[in-house]
Design a protein around this ligand. Structure first.
Ligand code: PXG
Length: 292
């Protein structure tokens, strides 16, 4: 059976799910998106993702033609029709069809796309061995240009950084902000552990308020680990006891080397592994339930 895609209220076979070449999502990257996951028929942090989607849309003055409740139903319906228990969910809302000019007022109605697919997991050994990453020249977008809080379809800032990382043989990169302070990675947030305390940059550093980031901070607080949102330099990253990244796709992944500097003893840290373990527990326990 072909994968079914939700497009503007109807389900289409993957081959037939098509949008206009005049859609401003394509012409200008004008639109917003979310990446969500479900585990064992539980959608993790669904309300939080939908809230963030509508906040992104609000900032770019994009009217989503359905309300949050309808959006949640559409997401669940798409999972159900595809009989997916463990899935990666991509929700995309574009400005819709307009003319060749920039003016979004010409786009009468937003296009809604929901893709649910099997999740492609990172190799297990990455979690056991830990990632090696680098910092890259491309600076994270300024909040007063394109705010990193807006998950817009214009992801070239992150893609440039990703290209720089892969050109050098690395899978992920640390992006700095215009002050040279640590912001985040191309599709993940960054955390460090120093003296058994947890540190991550605040939103003001050009850091997306990741939903996995929030979940991990909550886990840490429950485990009585002191948690700080603070400015971080590369020096602090290099001299961390432990380092890890968080994101919907990567979950919690240890980092063992940055710019050729070994982090701690070069092995995934103990606290990192305990946070990862707890994260794996809550993703299979908490969430919006559906039946396939
Ligand atoms: N920072 C950025 C810039 C992101 O795009 C995160 C952090 C983590 O946020 P969440 O809410 O997921 O914990 C993201 C996540 C992918 C992929 O396939 C991930 C993201 C966007 C596009 C693709 O890895 N966003």
């Amino acid at each position: 059976m072909s994968l079914k895609i939700y497009l503007d209220g109807k389900m289409f076979n993957k081959e037939d799910a098509k949008i206009s070449v005049f859609d401003h999502g394509l012409l200008y990257g004008d639109g917003v998106f979310e990446g969500i996951r479900s585990y064992s028929s539980l959608v993790f942090k669904l309300n939080e993702h939908v809230d963030r989607l509508y906040e992104s849309a609000h900032t770019i003055m994009l009217q989503i033609p359905i309300n949050k409740k309808q959006m949640i139903k559409a997401i669940i319906d798409t999972l159900k029709i595809n009989k997916l228990k463990d899935a990666y969910i991509r929700v995309v809302v574009t400005r819709g069809v307009g003319d060749l000019g920039l003016d979004p007022r010409k786009c009468k109605v937003a296009t809604i796309i929901i893709i649910t697919d099997n999740i492609v997991l990172y190799p297990k050994e990455l979690y056991q061995k830990g990632l090696e990453i680098i910092t890259v020249p491309t600076v994270r977008n300024l909040a007063n240009a394109i705010d990193p809080q807006v998950k817009s379809l214009n992801y070239l800032n992150n893609i440039m950084a990703k290209i720089e990382a892969t050109n050098s043989g690395y899978q992920e990169a640390i992006m700095l902000n215009s002050m040279g302070l640590v912001a985040e990675c191309t599709g993940d947030n960054i955390f460090l552990i120093k003296n058994k305390q947890l540190y991550t940059p605040p939103q003001s550093m050009g850091t997306l308020r990741g939903i996995t980031r929030d979940a991990v901070m909550e886990i840490a607080k429950k485990a009585k680990i002191k948690t700080h949102e603070s400015m971080l330099t590369r020096h602090e990253v290099f001299n961390a006891d432990e380092l890890f990244l968080t994101g919907t796709a990567a979950e919690v992944i240890p980092v063992v080397k940055v710019d050729s500097r070994l982090i701690g003893d070069g092995k995934p840290g103990k606290i990192t592994l305990s946070l990862l373990n707890e994260f794996n527990k809550i993703t299979r326990k908490d969430g919006v339930k559906y039946t396939v």
